[in-house]
Design a protein around this ligand. Structure first.
Ligand code: PRP
Ligand code: MG
Length: 176
């Protein structure tokens, strides 16, 4: 059975501030932020706002078909990136699991010749092939983020998340 870790918003906010403080202590203020769609969007928005960075680009990439089930490689769906040549860039995602997504995104971004690339995720799995420069915690469980709980419930109606009854009611109407 899959073991879940279900962070509350308070934990996410704490994690974001932990990461942002490290960046500020390092004197690292990026010129541009790359949000890894879709899970990285909310951490990217929170970190961007905390640092006062308005310049956010996006890479749309998908690796997981469901809980602990992946494609062979991450599939890059679209790249919404421009004007990062000679800029300091920060790539943000919610989690590094195998590390393949970060690897693929870093490779794409490097082709744009930024002056510096750093990586941040809220969580990282101990087995990840790539460790971000900034992360909050190392965790070995399947994480259900506040922003992907309904995706998880659609796959597993037994997933132990808040407000599930209301969502399942909505889902049954959606499927009619
Ligand atoms: C998840 C997560 C990371 C990636 C991490 O994204 O948001 O982007 O997997 O896994 P990895 O380190 O093994 O590559 P997913 O592919 O599920 O797409 P999503 O963000 O749109 O949910
Ligand atoms: Mg993702």
């Amino acid at each position: 059975m899959v073991e879940y870790f279900i962070p509350k918003w308070e934990e996410i906010e704490e994690g974001i501030l932990y990461i942002v403080e490290k960046m500020v202590n390092d004197n690292f203020i990026p010129d541009a932020i790359i949000a890894v769609l879709t899970g990285g969007v909310i951490p990217a928005k929170l970190i961007a706002d905390a640092l006062g960075v308005r310049n956010i680009k996006y890479i749309d990439i998908k690796f997981y078909k469901g809980i602990e089930s992946r494609e062979r490689k991450p599939v890059i769906k679209a790249v919404y990136v421009d004007n990062i040549e000679n800029k300091k860039v920060l790539i943000i995602d919610d989690v590094a699991d195998t590390g393949e997504t970060l690897d693929a995104v870093s490779n794409i971004i490097t082709m744009y010749n930024p002056s510096l690339v750093r990586l941040a995720t809220v969580y990282v799995k101990p087995w990840s092939r790539k460790y971000p420069d900034y992360y909050y915690k190392i965790l070995d469980k399947w994480i259900i983020f506040p922003w992907d709980k309904w995706e998880v419930v659609r796959e597993n109606s037994q997933a132990p998340v808040d407000k599930k009854e209301k969502y399942l009611e909505i889902l049954s109407k959606l499927k009619r």
